[in-house]
Write a protein that binds this ligand. Structure first.
Ligand code: MD3
Ligand code: FE
Length: 202
């Protein structure tokens, strides 16, 4: 069942993926990560992110001294990103009501105290296109508030949960305050995997 929250346009489907579907998706993701290894981007100021990242699809989000941007190749291997898993393309088509498929899937792996500060996602060409997120593995404490500022709401994102950000929620400020280490045994060697689907290009 869909849960509506304080931020208009933020929709959450707890447990959208059952245990078997979660295991299948994790296996599919790790198989692709052999071709596009997780790495730690650095901020434009030169600080490493605590989250390890990779991407699937025609475009991938990267960050380095040159800034934040989308590009077609892995910054270390220089190879194109692997394809977005079909199950995620199907999920997008079934949930977000956007005419175009996503062209970017950011893979975030949280281990050993990794977190993500409060931010807005503004690097995509069309900020009207929705974002769809799938959480796998350990539970995260997720914070979200309106674009304009003011109070934020904290909620848990658990393994198998799916959330969609449309309309006013698309520019919401959000972040991961912490991950409850060891709360799931889904991910090999532990941690939390988050997959975000976006229309990044023009
Ligand atoms: C709200 N990732 O990759 S997913 C990100 O769990 C990011 O790894 C977090 O924030 C994570 O940029 C949160 C849920 C999410 C994703 C995109 C959003 C929430 C969002 C975009 C706009 C508003
Ligand atoms: Fe974000």
């Amino acid at each position: 069942a869909e849960v509506k929250t304080a931020v208009e346009g933020f929709r959450l489907w707890p447990g959208a993926f059952d245990a078997a579907a979660q295991a299948d998706l994790v296996a599919e993701v790790f198989a692709r990560l052999d071709q596009a290894p997780l790495y730690r981007p650095t901020t434009p100021g030169g600080r490493p992110f605590s989250v390890r990242m990779s991407n699937f699809g025609p475009l991938g989000w990267v960050s380095d001294h040159g800034g934040y941007r989308y590009q077609a190749t892995h910054p270390e291997t220089k190879r194109p990103w692997p394809q977005i898993p079909q199950v995620l393309l199907d999920l997008w088509a079934a949930t977000v009501g956007w005419p175009a498929p996503p062209d970017a899937c950011l893979v975030n792996l949280y281990r050993e105290g990794a977190k993500m500060g409060l931010h807005q996602d503004r690097d995509e060409a069309d900020l009207g296109a929705p974002v769809l997120s799938v959480s796998l593995g350990d539970t995260a404490m997720f914070r979200i508030g309106a674009a304009e500022g003011g109070r934020t709401t904290t909620l848990k994102l658990e393994s198998g949960d799916v959330c969609a950000l449309t309309g006013p929620a698309r520019l919401a400020r959000h972040g991961i305050d912490r991950v409850l280490e060891g709360s799931s045994r889904l991910i090999p060697d532990g941690g939390r995997l988050n997959l975000t689907l976006r229309c990044a290009g023009a």
